[in-house]
Design a protein around this ligand. Structure first.
Ligand code: BEZ
Length: 405
């Protein structure tokens, strides 16, 4: 990807992921494994069903994102007769919960006890950071279908770590030059959930924005998962002289933030920008009129005008009675890459699947065709979207493809 990838703060983040990895070894033992091991049962190696794990939040602030991901993965599976690469799939679904305390043991159990040949999912960046070393050690591929934590891939590629979503830095950076152009030299305030994803998305945005001549008026980091009242943060913004705001929130936090931004009278004066998660899917229905005019960057909109996307949107709507989201597409594509890999893999064990993942080439997706880059992140375009009301419904209208940084 042609976006700035700051490496300076990586060592610090890497060391925290190593602490979590050390805790995991204990967790894996507690879960019944003698150590972290991806050794496969005879049935998998001998051509029985392939066990695949799907770990998504079913509880906590990101539960709606998890539901979309499960829908996307299962839609692909249903469209392929319950098989991937022509092999029967034994799908084991686990609850990621809100963060690493629940997500790490859930994914670890799929490797140590269920002997999954690959694990898909993971919404939260902190959970992904906590799992990275476990999967590398167990030689089982982890296909991350949302969490964007930069270090999971950019701290050194691994044959066992893949991502069908984005890096936090890239999705934040994609909007920097555009906002600098729109505000024309006026200062912008940055506000986000205080954890890896928020810090990295704001970091990516800030660098690209400042590189394009933008000025930052101030920054605020709100406690993740517990902030319900944003007023103490919102009330300070105007006093900084900011003329616009950039943010990252998702799930329930995105609903609270955007509604309060409007209630406290900011939306009339200070245009709101953000990464696309802030207005994606069910959260946009809940935000309603409060979100109108919000501009975001993302690698998907259900309004992409291509035959592949139209076919996907129709099938998704028929199955789930709602429009698909980026979360559904990322998981749908994770099933597609596993389909291609399992078709090439000699067996259904982790080593064989990892090797085959490196050979699959371009992915024909509802978001457009994309490929894995050298660090196993998607090489993909980002779009500028703007929330509009159309016939009584709220949509992320596609404005343009964003220039690469
Ligand atoms: C993350 O933690 O990486 C994340 C969560 C929700 C939306 C986007 C990113």
């Amino acid at each position: 990807m042609d976006v700035p990838m700051p490496k300076s703060s990586r060592a610090r983040r890497r060391s925290s992921s190593m602490v979590i990895a050390a805790l995991l070894t204990g967790l894996a033992t507690a879960c019944g494994g003698s150590a972290i091991s991806g050794e496969q049962p005879a049935s998998q190696a001998a051509g029985g069903p392939a066990t695949i794990g799907l770990v998504v939040p079913k509880s906590g602030v990101y539960a709606p994102l998890g539901a979309d991901m499960e829908n996307g993965f299962k839609l692909y599976l249903d469209q392929h007769g319950g098989k991937l690469g022509g092999k029967e799939i034994d799908l084991k679904v686990s609850d990621e919960g809100e963060g690493p305390q629940t997500g790490v043991p859930a994914a670890t159990k799929l490797v140590t006890q269920d002997k999954a040949g690959a694990v898909v999912g993971i919404v939260n960046s902190a959970t992904a950071l906590g799992l990275r070393d476990t999967f590398i050690e167990s030689k089982v591929p982890l296909i991350i279908a949302n969490a964007g934590a930069d270090d999971v891939t950019t701290s050194g590629g691994s044959p066992y770590i893949w991502r069908t979503s984005f890096t936090n830095n890239a999705v934040g950076a994609s909007l920097g030059a555009e906002v600098a152009k729109q505000v024309g030299g006026e200062p912008v305030y940055l506000i986000t959930a205080d954890y890896a994803a928020g810090k990295e998305m704001v970091g990516g945005f800030k660098k690209a924005f400042e590189d394009a001549g933008g000025k930052v008026a101030g920054e605020a980091y709100t406690p993740f998962g517990t902030t319900k009242d944003f007023q103490p943060y919102l009330s300070k913004i105007k006093g900084t002289g900011a003329k616009a705001v950039f943010c990252f929130y998702a799930g329930a936090e995105a609903v609270g933030f955007v509604k309060q931004y409007d209630q406290f009278g900011l939306s009339g004066d200070l245009p709101l920008f953000g990464t696309g998660f802030v207005t994606e899917g069910a959260v946009l229905d809940a935000q309603g009129a409060a979100a109108v005019g919000t501009q975001t960057s993302l690698h998907y909109s259900d309004l992409i005008d291509s035959p592949k996307n139209k076919e996907f949107v129709t099938a998704y709507q028929a199955a789930f009675k709602e429009a698909p989201t980026v979360y559904a597409v990322q998981a749908y594509d994770a099933a597609a890459v596993l389909d291609a890999a399992l078709a090439k893999a000699a067996t259904t064990d982790g080593e064989a699947i990892s090797k085959a993942l490196a050979e699959i080439g371009a992915v024909d997706s509802p978001r457009g065709t994309w490929t894995f880059d050298a660090e196993h992140d998607p090489e993909q375009p980002y779009y500028l979207r703007k929330v509009e009301e159309r016939s009584g419904a709220y949509v992320n209208a596609l404005v343009s493809e964003l220039a690469k940084g």
